[in-house]
Design a protein around this ligand. Sequence first.
Ligand SMILES: C[S@@+](CC[C@H](N)C(=O)[O-])C[C@H]1O[C@@H](n2cnc3c(N)ncnc32)[C@H](O)[C@@H]1O
Length: 271
Amino acid sequence: MQVRQWWRARAVDDDTRLDAQELLLHCLDVRRSSFYMMQNQQLSCEQLNWLDNQWLERVKGRPLPYILGRAWFWGMSLRVSADVLIPRPDTEVLVRALLDLDLPSQAKVADLGTGSAAIALAAALERPQWCLIGVDQSELALQIARQNVHDLAPGRVHLVRGSWFGPLRPQSLDVVVSNPPYLAPDDPHLVDLGDEPRSALVAEDQGFADLFELIQTAPAYLRPRGWLLLEHGWQQGEAVNQAFRNAGWQCVRTLTDLAARDRVSLGQWHG
Ligand SMILES: C[S@@+](CC[C@H](N)C(=O)[O-])C[C@H]1O[C@@H](n2cnc3c(N)ncnc32)[C@H](O)[C@@H]1O
């Protein structure tokens, strides 16, 4: 069977067209720009078997990044497994906000709940002088994070296991950045997110427990005029912004994603 025959048989809408293309690119080990030149290439039995098996997984609802073991974030190809959240384009709003801050040239930045280390690695590559720490409570997630750091920016992100600020020294950080779990335990979206680790997605108190804990505890770990940046659900912006203000944070603001939905809130601690 030719590449285009396999592809056309599966490409019934935009999603399937793209996903079938991704699988073919991976299988043929070629870049997207070469895809159309490969259309008449004959697929071997091994390649066909592999493609059909992976497609079956995809039809059953397994997310493509888990099938391929790779996800794109901030121009990086990251390793992922079912032990980490698949990094989302929304989280690039958090990275942009972090890079836009006016910080000391050798800023010390902690990424709490680092998962695949997506945020920490984006920051490490964009700001070579910064000192990056990634914290996660999941050892399995940290194994993936270690591989990503090794592949993309060796030695640039110090990874530690623990719960939120547990492994960190008080008053030692210029910035804390986090994309914590923020879905309520009964959030209907969880039905479609069944392949991803629940511990990366769900928080008590209608999804606010971890967001509020970080807002309360961060001041003790920040240097004077340090920042806290939090990703949250698009319907949580007002409540998170208010929680920052109630806790005494200054320069509080909420940023939106490309769809103009509240996505990130941040504040500065003046002490
Ligand atoms: C929404 S995921 C974010 C992953 C990654 N930062 C990203 O943006 O793709 C939340 C992460 O927080 C971690 N986590 C949950 N509770 C934690 C806790 N108490 N302390 C540290 N990490 C925690 C989970 O293991 C998961 O990796």
